[in-house]
Design a protein around this ligand. Sequence first.
Ligand code: CUA
Length: 327
Amino acid sequence: MLKQVVRLLMAALFVSIPYAAAAAERLPDPVKAWNNHFKTWAVVSIVVYLVVTVPLIYFVFKYKRRKKDENGAYIEGNTALEILWTIVPMIIIIMLGVQSWAVFNDLRDVPKDHIEVKAVGFMYGFEMYSPEGIMTLNELRVPVGNIKVNLSSKDVIHDFALPAFRTREDMVPGENTYLWFSAKEPGEYPVYCAEFCGSGHSSMLAKVIVMKKEDYEAWVKSKQAASSTTAALTPDVKGKELVEKLGCLGCHGIAGETKAGPALNGLIGKSEELEDGKKVVIDEAFVMEKIADPKAKPVKGFSHIMPPNALAKEDYEAIAAYLKTIK
Ligand code: CUA
């Protein structure tokens, strides 16, 4: 009710130009609402700046002291002017406030017809979950429509930013946050982390893939069919899937590159020095222990930020089997 009243007020006031049509309702497109909001503020700011600055510069020259003993006129005040320059800015500020409030509400209130997905931030990547529970790494697939994204984090504060949809929200460990956006056109849209979260922050890049409804349904079916055959996979193929699914590749390369963690190829068989000076040769048992408890036996030269993973025994073995195959 309050929202409707404010919206009507807003339409009646100067924001009526871009928003009259949407008077008592939610703005039809949050991207347009945000763009209009930005333009309104930009125009008002520029006008206020010019109204203040241009006369200021003009008066500096016009009323410059020309003779040494010259005195300015003594002016007591002007009640009409005082009222004018109090009331006019006040009205402008109220209007901007009302408009901001309406846009803010539209960005926070999720429309009733929406689908719900989940994104979990970690150092360094995003796990995305479809409503069917399909996990994808750094790639959120959605059908056309309104999408609510529930957000959380496994470690530190990240920020799920969707510039194309003019929205972003922090991912806070131990807290559930959300944002929503309206996916209108099929296509790919960038996602990035907008909160400095560590050395791999700039590699936290992902994408939203908006698909036609039937394409999305076909994708879900193919994913579900693939996961029902996972049990029959050989350990190394299953290990590869796990490494991709668990988000390991956010911090580990598989082409010899050192990211936040060591490259995974050629890892088994390598000799490393531990922080306590001991030398180890990395074998399957060492890898399995590290996945379960990354802080145990810290290897020199790395920050030990990897979260522990509680997996089934055959999953540890599958990952070790996969690592043996990549040289
Ligand atoms: Cu995650 Cu920056």
